[in-house]
Each structure stands twice: as structure tokens, then as C-alpha cells.
Design a binder for this molecule. Structure first.
Ligand SMILES: Cc1cc2nc3c(=O)[nH]c(=O)nc-3n(C[C@H](O)[C@H](O)[C@H](O)COP(=O)(O)OP(=O)(O)OC[C@H]3O[C@@H](n4cnc5c(N)ncnc54)[C@H](O)[C@@H]3O)c2cc1C
Length: 407
């Protein structure tokens, strides 16, 4: 009988536990420091759990080792996740490719995982905070509070440090380091951005469609279109989340981090210019400061600064074509200097983590410690919004559980 200890009962730990326990002659236990396993799962997808995505390949992830991501997804991809959960009795539905439980309850995902783990005999010890893992000749000694546990193989699945209240407090990184692993710098990702002297402050609360582009040292690193949310400190919403990891990494590396907003992504600059030129007729007497009313939310319009050389008092009919063009550019190319991101507590995931160079990509086994496996967000891989981070957790958890349970 092989004893497998899983440190952290989150998404990847539960997937690992179920997979390992399905194999012959295994005895599996989970050590979880929260009062219940899978607590974070309850909050995923706004309580509905977006557990994977039909569009699945390495391009939806970021890591210093992109090949490793592809290798993992080849062994356990979207279809495998669907099969895994359908096997647990979960009926799924797709919303434009985003996969959710049909019942739209994240709690059911957690419940089915925990129920299957228990059915297979997995013991779940809660309120056990693991502080030390010591590899020895006969396996591992694991210290958790006043208790000590022994295992032949260990799967480290403690998550990152995003949303600490849900369990992942960063202690997994210290455990991985104590076992010889190194870290790619860890920064918040899928997170809101703080704007220096936020010029959009007066529009706080406005939601509007926008193309959000992240520029690092003047070069566009990523962009996404969707519903932008303006806050008093900066910007939020899915398109901001999608590009936020580039801003976080840039700030960490002391590079220039800027967001460029296009408030009218559905119209090219020239098209918008023609539209405004036509729209002038009958409105020639309007002040330039009022000219955008009816196109954007009024609160937003009041924040869109006019080009410096155009006085607010000038009449629309007086504007030359080139002046109008500058006007257009302001609406489609607003530059916001990024001061910071919100912290780890507000982030959905972490970018960076244990280097994938130090992991066997087929088994998730550590290259340094035999019998130690690593899974989930603890590793240097972050996905975009859309079920990618859970896919990574299931995939690496299953690969680790499979290998650890092998004879
Ligand atoms: C609000 C929110 C919404 C999200 N929504 C989605 C979504 O819809 N789709 C998606 O794909 N991703 C989503 N994510 C991201 C996703 O939840 C995570 O990427 C995923 O849960 C990571 O799985 P994990 O197993 O690596 O870590 P976690 O799920 O964080 O699990 C780690 C576990 O280890 C435990 N632990 C940590 N340290 C110790 C220790 N020292 N001793 C004992 N136990 C320990 C923790 O308590 C925790 O239970 C969301 C994240 C948040 C915060």
C-alpha cells in the first residue's frame, strides 16, 4: 500500500486525490488548513464556477515555459476535464464556449469532488496548516500544527497567494523553496489597475465597452475588448483583468506601464472622424466640450480631455478637420499611466510561481526530490479569464495524482 499525502485541498489537490485514490493499492490523505476543502471553488465564476473552456490551448496561458503548458494540456485538455466531471455526475453547459455546471452552482462542483474523494476512501484532515515537509530515505515527514504525518509520496497543491481569505496564503511557495525549488517572481494577475492621478475619477461607476491595451515601455504587450468598469482609483472589468498581469510584471521590473483606452472600438479612427464631420451639421453652434454628448456616457464625456490646443469655448463649426482628428484620437487613444495593481487579496490568480523547468511535464514530479509532485497555481502558469486557471488546476492535479499513484 502506497501512502500519498496531498498538501492543500483546493481544485488541484482534490483532482489529484480522486485520481490517485482510483489506482490500486493507494492510501490517500489531504491536509487542508481551512475548515473545509475546496473553499475557493465556491467563489469561482461568481458562484457558478467556469470550470474549463472549449477553446483550449497554450495561447490562453502565460508562463516562462510555454511548451510545458502545451505538453500538460495535450495530456489533459478540455475534453478530459468534461469527461472527468461528467464521470462525477455533473451535467455541464456551454455559454459561448465557457463551460459551467448546468445547475450553475459552484458549490455542487466542490460537493461532487469531495464526495468522490470520500467514496474512494480519501481522508481529509481540515484545520491542519502544513509548515514543513522533510524528505527522508523512507518517504516524507509532514509537520502540520501539533500533528505529524508520514507519506511515501507528496503532492504539493497549496495554490498561490491570490484571495488569501479563501485559503491560498502563499505558504506553498515557502514549502516549495524549502524543498529546493526556485520561483519566477510572483505578482497579482486578473486584477484591477490603479491609475496615476486618475483622470477618469469623475466617471467612477460608469461601465462602457472599450478596447484596453497594455503597453510596456511603449510596446503593446496585450489587448482585449469588453466591458470596462471605471472606479475612483482606476479601471476594472474583464478586459482590464485580461491584460493586468503584463502591467503587474512591468511594475515589478520597474518598466513603464501604461494602458491605452479606445472608447469606440467598433469604429476605425477615420470612420469616426467622418461620422463627427457629418454630425456637425445643425450643431455648429455647440461648444466643443458638449459635442460628444450622445455618443458616450455623459460622465465619461466630461472626463475626456480636449486636445490642449482646442479651447472648450470654441464652437464645433469652427473646428478644422485636423483639429477634429485630434479630438477623435483622444476618444480612441486615451493613455493612462499605471501606478499599481490592486493587491493579491483582490486578484483572482497569481502570475509567476515555481519554475516549470524544475518539474517533469509528464508527471509533475519535482526534478529535485523524488516522490514529490507539484500542481496548480503554485506553478508558473496563469491563464486568462474563462475557465483556464481551473483547467490548469485539474490538469496538473490529475497528472500528479496519476503519477503519484503509480506503482
Ligand atoms: C474570486 C475568484 C474567482 C475565480 N473564478 C474562476 C473561474 O470561474 N474559472 C477559473 O478557471 N478560475 C477561477 N479562479 C481561479 C481559480 O480558482 C484558481 O486558479 C484555482 O482554484 C487554483 O487551484 P489550486 O488548487 O492551485 O489552488 P487553490 O484552489 O487556491 O487551493 C489551494 C488549497 O491549499 C490550501 N493551503 C494553502 N496552504 C496550505 C498549507 N500550508 N497547509 C494546508 N493547506 C494549505 C488552501 O487553503 C486551499 O484550499 C477564481 C479565483 C478567485 C479568487
Amino acid at each position: 500500500m502506497k501512502k500519498i499525502g496531498i498538501i492543500g485541498g483546493g481544485a488541484s489537490g482534490l483532482a489529484a486525490a480522486v485520481t490517485a485514490a482510483r489506482q490500486k493499492d493507494t492510501e490517500v490523505f489531504i491536509l487542508e488548513h481551512k475548515e473545509q476543502a475546496g473553499k475557493k471553488l465556491l467563489s469561482t465564476g461568481n458562484g457558478r464556477c467556469n470550470l474549463t473552456n472549449e477553446r483550449m490551448d497554450g495561447s490562453f496561458f502565460r508562463s516562462c515555459e510555454p511548451d510545458c503548458i502545451e505538453a500538460v494540456l495535450k495530456q489533459f485538455g478540455y475534453e478530459d476535464t468534461v469527461h472527468f466531471f461528467e464521470g462525477l455526475g455533473l451535467m455541464l453547459r456551454s455559454r459561448n464556449g465557457y463551460i459551467y455546471p448546468r445547475c450553475e452552482q459552484a458549490s455542487v462542483v466542490r460537493e461532487l469532488l469531495v464526495r468522490e474523494a470520500k467514496r474512494l476512501g480519501v481522508r481529509i484532515y481540515t484545520d491542519v496548516h502544513v509548515t514543513e515537509i522533510l524528505p527522508g530515505r523512507k518517504g516524507f515527514k509532514i509537520s502540520g500544527g501539533r500533528e505529524t504525518f508520514y507519506a511515501d509520496r507528496v503532492i504539493l497543491s497549496c495554490g498561490g497567494r491570490a484571495a488569501k481569505v479563501l485559503g491560498s496564503d502563499g505558504s506553498g511557495y515557502a514549502l516549495a523553496k524549502s524543498l529546493g525549488h526556485s520561483l519566477v517572481p510572483v505578482v497579482p494577475a486578473l486584477v484591477q489597475l490603479k491609475v496615476k492621478d486618475n483622470p477618469l475619477k469623475a466617471a467612477a461607476g460608469v461601465r462602457t465597452e472599450a478596447l484596453v491595451s497594455a503597453y510596456v515601455d511603449g510596446k503593446c504587450a496585450a489587448s482585449d475588448t469588453g466591458e470596462l468598469q471605471i472606479t475612483d482609483y482606476g479601471i476594472s472589468g474583464i478586459p482590464v483583468f485580461q491584460v493586468s498581469r503584463y502591467m503587474a510584471m512591468a511594475l515589478y521590473q520597474k518598466k513603464k506601464a501604461e494602458i491605452v483606452l479606445d472608447f469606440l472600438p467598433s469604429m476605425a479612427e477615420e470612420e469616426f472622424l467622418e461620422y463627427l464631420m457629418k454630425r456637425r451639421s445643425g450643431r455648429e453652434d455647440m461648444k466643443t466640450s458638449e459635442f460628444l454628448a450622445g455618443i458616450f456616457n455623459n460622465k465619461l464625456t466630461s472626463c475626456l480631455p480636449l486636445p490642449a490646443e482646442i479651447s472648450v469655448k470654441r464652437r464645433v463649426g469652427e473646428l478644422e478637420r485636423e483639429e477634429q482628428r485630434r479630438f477623435v484620437r483622444q476618444c480612441k487613444h486615451m493613455v493612462l499611466p499605471i501606478q499599481d495593481t490592486n493587491g493579491f487579496d483582490n486578484a483572482q490568480v497569481c502570475a509567476g510561481g515555481v519554475s516549470l523547468r524544475e518539474i517533469d511535464r509528464n508527471t509533475m514530479e519535482s526534478c529535485y526530490v523524488e516522490g514529490l509532485y507539484l500542481a496548480g497555481e503554485l506553478l508558473d502558469a496563469d491563464g486568462m479569464c474563462g475557465g483556464y486557471n481551473l483547467q490548469w488546476a485539474w490538469a496538473t492535479g490529475v497528472l500528479a495524482g496519476r503519477a503519484a499513484g503509480r506503482q
